[in-house]
Design a protein around this ligand. Structure first.
Ligand code: GDP
Ligand code: IMO
Ligand code: MG
Length: 421
C-alpha cells in the first residue's frame, strides 16, 4: 500500500478541506502532515459550513480514522475550540482522532512573539496569521520546543515555565504591550483538555496501517508557493508544504508515496504579503473576490485575487511530482468573455518560464487569452455537460502542465464535485 498525498499548489486556500472531505470515502485514514492553526479548511454539506484548523478534514466520516502528524504545531486552545464546535454538531472525535506525540506545541508566548515580530516589521510585514506558527517552528528547529508527548511528563509544567520565561525576555525587547495571564490560564486548561485524546507514536502507527493494507490520504496545509524552502521567501510559512513534508511530517519513506494530488483554483488568490505576478488590482480582481467569496477562513482578511498563473503551477507540479490535478472554483469564472492565463514571465525584457530568486524582481506576466463561458455551472454533475470553453480551458492547462485534471469542483458543497475520469 502507498500513501496518497493531497496538497495545495498555489498560495493556500485552494479548497483542500472540501476535496479531502469529498474523497474521504476512498480512504480509511486521513493524516495531516504540517502547518497548524494558520490553516483554515472549509467543508460544506447538508447546508452546513465547517472550518477546521488543526483537525484533519476526514473527521466528519465517523467510520474513518484521522491522524495529526508530527509535522504539525498545535495550539491546544484552538484545538479545544474546534473540538467543542464539533461536539455542538453531535460529533465525539475521541475514538477516531490520533495525535502524534512528536507534534509540537504552540505556547501563548509564541503567539505574542509572532505579533511582536510582525508589528516591528512595519511595511515589510509577512502578513502572518499571528497564530504563533513561525516562533513555534523556530523553537522546534532550535531544539527548544515542547511536544505533545511532553504533556505526559512530570516535568512538563516546569519546562513550560522555563520556555515561557525565555520568550518573555525576548518580547520585552519590543515595544509591545501584553497581558499573559488570561492567555496562560486558557492554555493550561486546554492542555488538560487535550490530555483526554490518544497520543501516539504516529510514525509507527502509520507504517503499521500501511502494512495492514489500509488506505491513507495525507492532507497538506497552505500551498507550495508558501513552502519555507521553495516559496517566495521570506513571504512564506515556516514548514515544508510540498510533498516531501508528507514524508517528514508523518514518518513515511519516500518510496511509500503513491499518487500526488495537486489542487489549484481556476484563478489565483493570495492572502498576506509577497509577490503575485498575475494580481488584479482593479475591478476584475474585486469581481473575483466578491463572486468567489475570497475572504480568509482563518483571519477573515480579503484575499488578493488574480488570473491563473501557469508558470507558478508548472513549478509546483515539478516540486511535488504531481500525478493528478483537481481544479476548484471553476464556477466563479462563469460570465467572463475572456480568461487570461499567464504562460511566461517577462523580466527585464527577457521572457522566462522560471520563478525568479529575488522577490523584489519586477515580473510582468505574459498572458494567453482563452474564451470564457456564460453558463452557470454550479449545479452540473456530469463532465459531459460542462461548457465547451471550460473543457478547452482544462485542456489548455493539462497540455501546459502535462498532468491530467481528474476532478473539477463547481461549488463549496461536498456534492458539487465532477469526476472527469
Ligand atoms: P483550503 O484552505 O484549501 O481548505 O481552502 P479554504 O477553505 O480556506 O478556502 C476555499 C473556499 O472556497 C472555502 O470557502 C470553500 O467553501 C470554497 N470552495 C471550495 N471549492 C469551491 C468551488 O469549487 N466553488 C466555490 N464557489 N467555492 C469553493
Ligand atoms: P490553508 O491551509 C492561505 C499565509 C499567511 C502569510 C504567510 C505566513 O488554509 O490553505 P503564518 O501564519 O504561517 O506565519 O503566515 O502564509 N498563510 C496562508 N495563506 N492559506 C493558508 O492555509 C495559510 N497559512 C498561512 O497569510 O502570508
Ligand atoms: Mg484555507
Amino acid at each position: 500500500m502507498k500513501v496518497d498525498v493531497l496538497l495545495g499548489l498555489q498560495w493556500g486556500d485552494e479548497g483542500k478541506g472540501k476535496l479531502v472531505d469529498a474523497l474521504t470515502g476512498d480512504y480509511d485514514i486521513i493524516a495531516r502532515f504540517q502547518g497548524g492553526p494558520n490553516a483554515g479548511h472549509t467543508l460544506e454539506f447538508n447546508n452546513q459550513k465547517h472550518v477546521l484548523h488543526t483537525i484533519p478534514s476526514g473527521i466528519f466520516h465517523s467510520d474513518k480514522l484521522n491522524l495529526i502528524g508530527n509535522g504539525l504545531v498545535i495550539d491546544p486552545v484552538v484545538f479545544k475550540r474546534e473540538v467543542d464546535r464539533l461536539s455542538g454538531f453531535g460529533l465525539d472525535i475521541h475514538h477516531n482522532l490520533f495525535i502524534s506525540k512528536k507534534s509540537h506545541l504552540i505556547l501563548p508566548t509564541h503567539r505574542l512573539l509572532d505579533a511582536a515580530y510582525e508589528t516591528s516589521k512595519g511595511n515589510s510585514k509577512i502578513g502572518s496569521t499571528l497564530k504563533g506558527i513561525g516562533p513555534a517552528y523556530t523553537d522546534k528547529t532550535g531544539r527548544e520546543g515542547l511536544r505533545i508527548g511532553d504533556i505526559l511528563e512530570d516535568s512538563f509544567l516546569e519546562r513550560y515555565k522555563c520556555l515561557r520565561d525565555q520568550h518573555l525576555s525576548k518580547i520585552r525587547q519590543f515595544d509591545f504591550p501584553f497581558d499573559l495571564q488570561p492567555l496562560e490560564d486558557e492554555w493550561l486548561a486546554a492542555i488538560d483538555f487535550i490530555r483526554s485524546f490518544k497520543f501516539v507514536n504516529g510514525e509507527y502507527l502509520v507504517n503499521e496501517w500501511l502494512k495492514a493494507g489500509r488506505r491513507i490520504l495525507a492532507e497538506g496545509a497552505q500551498g507550495s508557493m508558501l513552502d519555507i524552502d521553495f516559496g517566495s521567501y521570506p513571504f512564506v510559512t515556516s514548514s515544508n508544504t510540498t510533498c516531501a513534508g508528507a514524508c517528514t511530517g508523518l514518518g513515511i519513506a519516500p518510496g511509500h508515496i503513491g499518487n500526488v494530488i495537486g489542487i489549484f483554483k481556476a484563478y489565483c488568490t493570495r492572502v498576506g504579503s509577497g509577490p503575485f505576478p498575475t494580481e488584479l488590482l482593479e475591478e476584475t480582481g474585486e469581481l473575483l473576490r466578491t463572486t468567489g467569496r475570497e475572504y480568509g477562513s482563518t483571519t477573515g482578511r480579503p484575499r488578493r485575487c488574480g488570473w491563473l498563473d501557469l508558470v507558478a503551477l508548472r513549478y509546483t507540479v515539478m516540486l511535488n511530482g504531481v500525478t493528478s490535478l483537481i481544479m476548484t472554483k471553476a464556477d466563479v469564472l462563469s460570465g467572463f468573455d475572456t480568461l487570461r492565463v499567464a504562460t511566461a514571465y517577462k523580466i527585464h525584457d527577457k521572457v522566462t518560464t522560471e520563478i525568479p530568486f529575488d522577490t523584489e524582481t519586477r515580473v510582468e506576466p505574459v498572458f494567453t487569452d482563452l474564451p470564457g463561458w456564460a453558463e452557470d455551472i454550479s449545479n452540473l454533475k456530469d463532465k459531459n455537460s460542462l461548457p465547451e470553453n471550460l473543457k478547452g480551458y482544462i485542456r489548455f492547462i493539462e497540455e501546459y502542465l502535462q498532468v491530467p485534471v481528474t476532478v473539477v469542483s463547481v461549488g463549496p458543497d461536498r456534492e458539487a464535485t465532477i469526476y472527469m475520469t
